[in-house]
Design a protein around this ligand. Structure first.
Ligand code: AMP
Ligand code: MG
Length: 412
């Protein structure tokens, strides 16, 4: 039976996937050192003020700044060190030498940096007009107040967020459990590493690009190898994957009219739609659920061509997986760059060309393609630092036209 695949725009595919995928509900506690790149499963309420006291942002002298900006001469009556509370008293006309991070002595609200002053004996001279009341003093709770939400559920814990959690004294956080993703490549012509080359066969690159992209996303991965176009092997692979994983990613065997068993098996084992997407590269894609016993896994049946795999992963799979991981973050904005060449394009599909974005002599972004744009040319993905996105209704871009680019971030 021939498929009559539905033809969908990129926007329609994204809208469908948004309906299809829901955040994982399971969470687990992890030690903060293990929390990098995980996703917070609950709001973190700060148990304390950060910083915990008013303190000095400079090495200098703390004083009461009420008569600023006039020049003043003050008597230095002692030194406040970081980590120790100042216990003495400070009278009007007096000041305290203070180190960065030291608690502000009571009644003092301003710090003058050492290099702005002149000291003679115990007399400190502050010239007029150099600072304002409150300068160089960090206020208790100015970063985070006790009882407030310090980080929201859905935050991906990058180095800054991990540091912030540590500043709250939290040794452990609750994160969504890792998304389990099983993947395999299909096709009789696909060789695994270690197999001898033979005519008509190609080595499996998709498993490595998929593995890399999943690992960078923080998924737990199950590599199921290459599966031949054999119904029994395909069925076993799909069943094993659906029994263990939240998501199954395959590559190959979903092209329109392709005479293999992959599509038939996807249909047999689940609810799967075969989409013809108005895009290049990456036209065919199968999306749905594969059932096994009382559980099911989300399926992404990606095209076989190596660039198409990476582009469909970036465009569709990654946002869907991030949603399942509970991540809540706005997508990175597309940038605009001037095209340095003519980009031929027909309206009616979205095209992703591999681009190298640089700055021109005026400091504006410019972009040139990596050359051959075939969907099998994986070196184009290696050379590129972003994708030029030519939108659905757009036609050919001329030299000097502004085009959208999606920069690769650390995940690619
Ligand atoms: P398909 O979508 O199965 O028709 O495959 C499209 C093209 O991608 C064919 O030239 C395949 O040989 C190639 N291809 C499919 N799977 C892989 C893979 N895992 N690694 C490298 N190339 C692949
Ligand atoms: Mg094939």
């Amino acid at each position: 039976m021939r498929e009559t695949p539905t033809s969908l725009s990129v926007e329609a595919v994204l809208a469908h996937l948004e309906q299809m995928t829901v955040p994982l509900s399971d969470s687990e506690p992890v030690a903060l050192v293990q929390a990098l790149d995980r996703v917070l499963a609950e709001d973190v309420i700060s148990p304390l003020n950060v910083p915990p006291h008013d303190n000095s942002a400079m090495d200098g002298y703390a004083f009461n700044g009420q008569s600023l900006p006039q020049a003043q001469t003050l008597q230095v009556v002692g030194t406040a060190l970081a980590g120790q509370a100042w216990t003495g008293s400070v009278l009007p006309g007096q000041c305290v030498k203070i180190m960065t991070g030291a608690i502000m002595p009571p009644g003092l609200d301003t710090v003058v940096a050492q290099e702005m002053t002149r000291v003679q004996g115990d007399q400190l001279h502050i010239p007029a007009g150099t600072l304002q009341r409150g300068d160089n003093c960090r206020l208790c709770g100015e970063d985070i107040q006790a009882g407030n939400i310090a980080l929201k559920s859905g935050t991906r814990l990058g180095p800054a967020a991990c540091g912030l959690l540590a500043s709250l004294g939290l040794p452990e956080v609750r994160v969504t459990r890792r998304l389990k993703v099983a993947y395999f490549s299909t096709g009789d012509e696909i060789l695994s590493l270690g197999q001898a080359p033979r005519e008509g066969a190609v080595y499996d690159s998709n498993r490595f690009t998929v593995h890399g992209m999943l690992t960078r996303l923080g998924c737990s991965v199950l590599d199921m190898g290459v599966v031949r176009d054999d119904p029994a092997l395909l069925e076993a692979a799909f069943r094993q994957a659906a029994a263990q994983a939240d998501v199954i990613i395959t590559s190959g065997g979903v092209s329109v009219g392709e005479a293999d068993f992959t599509k038939a098996m996807m249909k047999h084992l689940g609810d799967v739609a075969f989409w013809r997407i108005d895009m290049r590269p990456g036209r065919p894609m199968a999306v749905g659920r594969i059932h096994q016993g009382d559980r099911s896994a989300v399926l992404f049946g990606l095209p076989g061509n190596p660039v198409a795999v990476m582009v469909t992963f970036m465009a569709f799979v990654r946002p869907a997986l991030e949603r399942m991981m509970g991540m809540q973050r706005p997508a990175l904005p597309l940038l605009k760059a001037r095209s340095q060449e003519v980009l031929r394009k027909k309206p009616g599909r979205t095209e992703y060309q591999r681009g190298i974005v640089t700055r021109d002599t005026q400091g504006q972004l410019q972009v040139i393609t990596t050359g051959l744009q075939g969907s099998g040319v994986l070196s184009s993905m290696v050379q590129a630092n972003g994708l030029i996105v030519l939108h659905h209704d757009q036609g050919t871009a001329q030299i000097g036209d502004w085009v959208d680019v999606m920069m690769f971030d650390g995940h690619l």
